[in-house]
Design a protein around this ligand. Structure first.
Ligand SMILES: Nc1ncnc2c1ncn2[C@@H]1O[C@H](COP(=O)(O)OP(=O)(O)O)[C@@H](O)[C@H]1O
Ligand SMILES: [Mg+2]
Length: 409
């Protein structure tokens, strides 16, 4: 798919912007702070209804105004759709699809994007939270109806943690906690949590070969890159040595260790089994959880383990390797989406690829490899401070971005 038209009202630094786009490569060039990222952020927002830069939508609304509108016409195969989102700070978004008001979740999945940006170094170097979000975003891009699952899980988790804390407080006052209510929330958490775990484990299975291949293509030799879902349920279920088992290198660890990891992953895709294991684990951990006021097991404690050769990427990979790994995760997502033909919007699942200010960060070899990899994509949007940052192989449309004006050059 590709975006053929974009219109912004009061989004970030733009009061009003109307832009016609084409398939193929488009580069937005301009000095820092001129609105290049704001522009691609708007397109990316339409695919996840969240920003890759900020957690709160308030920052997306132009200062001094109360709401922003992002509208895009996208073309799947031959079929155009117009999706429009109104972002009102502190309130729920309003969506329109082909000029008709719809529930926001009905507009999710129309636009697919994959963004690679400097912030993505966090995927490798940062906390598990960023990797969980990476997986969840891909889950939702593939299966938009699962967006509800994620928000439902957050809600259940908050309720359960509040209850654990009040049970702890009641106990410290010498009273008794209401264990019946807690059990209700245990069941809810296990139910929704198991579906989330299964969806993530499936996405990891789909991603794995693509991430390994992309890493090999953009890196300079260190590898292979191997990703594994590391579930807190496996850790608390006291597998003999969860750390080494999950981080083991497929080459060195041998077939039996590899088989264990693969079996474990398969088990995580069994929703009923995971639900039962989560329930049992919460039963066992009940005392500890009440004491500490923390939910110790569930998808909110899971991680995506990134291995390079025999070592975890986090803490061991060099800066360049971390960059390559982050890029491989994004290119891997891109390939998974491209191969996916389950979208209700038709078989053209290929997302818009957005490369925000990344060429300047790559050495010339990686730059050239990336350019080769993306040259044939249906639509690639690139931002760069200077035209020289965009590799020669990526000829296409150029826009100058300056003082909030976006001009075709
Ligand atoms: N909500 C907002 N209202 C007004 N201006 C904003 C808002 N959010 C960001 N900006 C402005 O946008 C500019 C940054 O734009 P950005 O697209 O990130 O630049 P770049 O071209 O370097 O990618 C900054 O000058 C910032 O002040
Ligand atoms: Mg920028």
């Amino acid at each position: 798919m590709y975006v053929s038209d974009l219109a912004l009202d009061d989004f970030r630094s733009y009061d009003e912007l109307v832009l016609a786009l084409e398939p193929g490569v488009t580069a937005f060039i301009g000095p820092n702070g001129q609105g290049k990222t704001n522009l691609v952020e708007a397109i990316a927002y339409l695919s996840t209804f969240s920003s890759h830069r900020v957690a709160a939508d308030a920052a997306l609304v132009r200062q001094g105004t109360t709401g922003a509108v992002v509208r895009a016409k996208v073309v799947h195969g031959e079929r155009p759709s117009v999706v429009e989102l109104e972002i009102v700070a502190g309130k729920a978004n309003r969506a329109r699809l082909n000029r008709t008001a719809v529930r926001t979740r009905e507009a999710l999945g129309v636009v697919r994007t994959v963004v690679f940006a400097p912030e993505d170094l966090e995927l490798v170097k940062g906390d598990p939270g960023s990797r969980r979000r990476f997986l969840d975003d891909l889950v939702v891009l593939l299966t938009p109806r699962l967006a509800a699952l994620r928000s439902e899980y957050d809600k259940v988790l908050r309720q359960r943690v509040a209850l654990l804390k009040s049970a702890g407080a009641a106990r410290r006052r010498g009273g008794r906690e209401d264990s019946g209510t807690l059990e209700v929330w245990d069941a809810q958490l296990a139910d929704v949590g198991a579906q989330l775990v299964a969806a993530r484990a499936e996405v990891v299975r789909l991603l794995r070969p693509h991430v390994a291949a992309a890493y090999e293509q953009v890196s300079s030799g260190q590898g292979p890159a191997r990703i594994d879902y590391r579930a807190s349920i496996d850790v608390v279920d006291e597998v003999p040595d969860p750390d080494t088992a999950l981080l083991g290198d497929p080459g060195e660890a041998g077939d039996s260790a590899r088989a264990t990891v693969d079996e474990r992953e398969k088990a995580l895709r069994d929703t009923t089994a995971v639900r039962d294991r989560l329930l049992a684990a919460m039963g066992r951990l009940r005392e500890k959880e009440i004491e500490r006021g923390v939910a110790l097991v569930g998808p909110h404690r899971d991680d995506l383990a990134l291995t390079l050769g025999t070592l975890p990427a986090r803490g061991f990979a060099s800066h360049g390797e971390s960059w390559s790994y982050a890029l491989a995760l994004r290119l891997g997502s891109y390939q998974v989406l491209r191969e996916d033909d389950t979208s209700p919007w038709g078989p053209d699942g290929e997302p818009v690829l957005i490369l925000d200010d990344v060429f300047a960060e790559l050495d010339s070899r990686r730059r050239a490899r990336l350019a080769e990899l993306v040259a044939a994509s249906q639509q690639v949007l690139i931002t760069a401070a200077v035209a020289e940052d965009v590799p020669d192989g990526l000829a296409g449309a150029r826009f100058d971005v300056r003082d909030g004006a976006v001009t075709r050059v």
